[in-house]
Design a protein. Sequence first.
Length: 153
Amino acid sequence: MPINPEYLGRSYVAAAPYQVGREKIREFAAAIGESSPLCSDPVAARAGGHADVVAPPTFAIVLTRQFSELAIFDPGLGVDYSRVVHGEQRFSHARPIVAGDELVGTVTIAEIRTAGRNVMLTTRTELTTVAGEPVCTAYSTLVVRGSAPARDR
């Protein structure tokens, strides 16, 4: 089944906020080899002007991956996830993510284009606090191999 181009521009809103935890930040920082005390020590983070420990910039993937599933697994979009490879990921931060944040996400199908036999599907996820403060915008491009309509090949 090809990707449904009518889904371009469609948005999905996460049902519940994501509670950013101090320990989750510590675990993520350790997993990627981030040794900054801002990511593990609340005293150091506060001395650095933050309310609590600070997440590494790529921590946003934890939330955006989860929120993006709302779109990617929408049956009407037509993504065969067994054919998906990750093409690109980028983040634009309005401010750091810190422990104690309650973040919500809105995922939008930002681009659908063909590249040879493949479809490149880009989502944009806007992360905000529950009060609406912008935190991060994440762009993720997935390559859905062999899914381009025959006329586009």
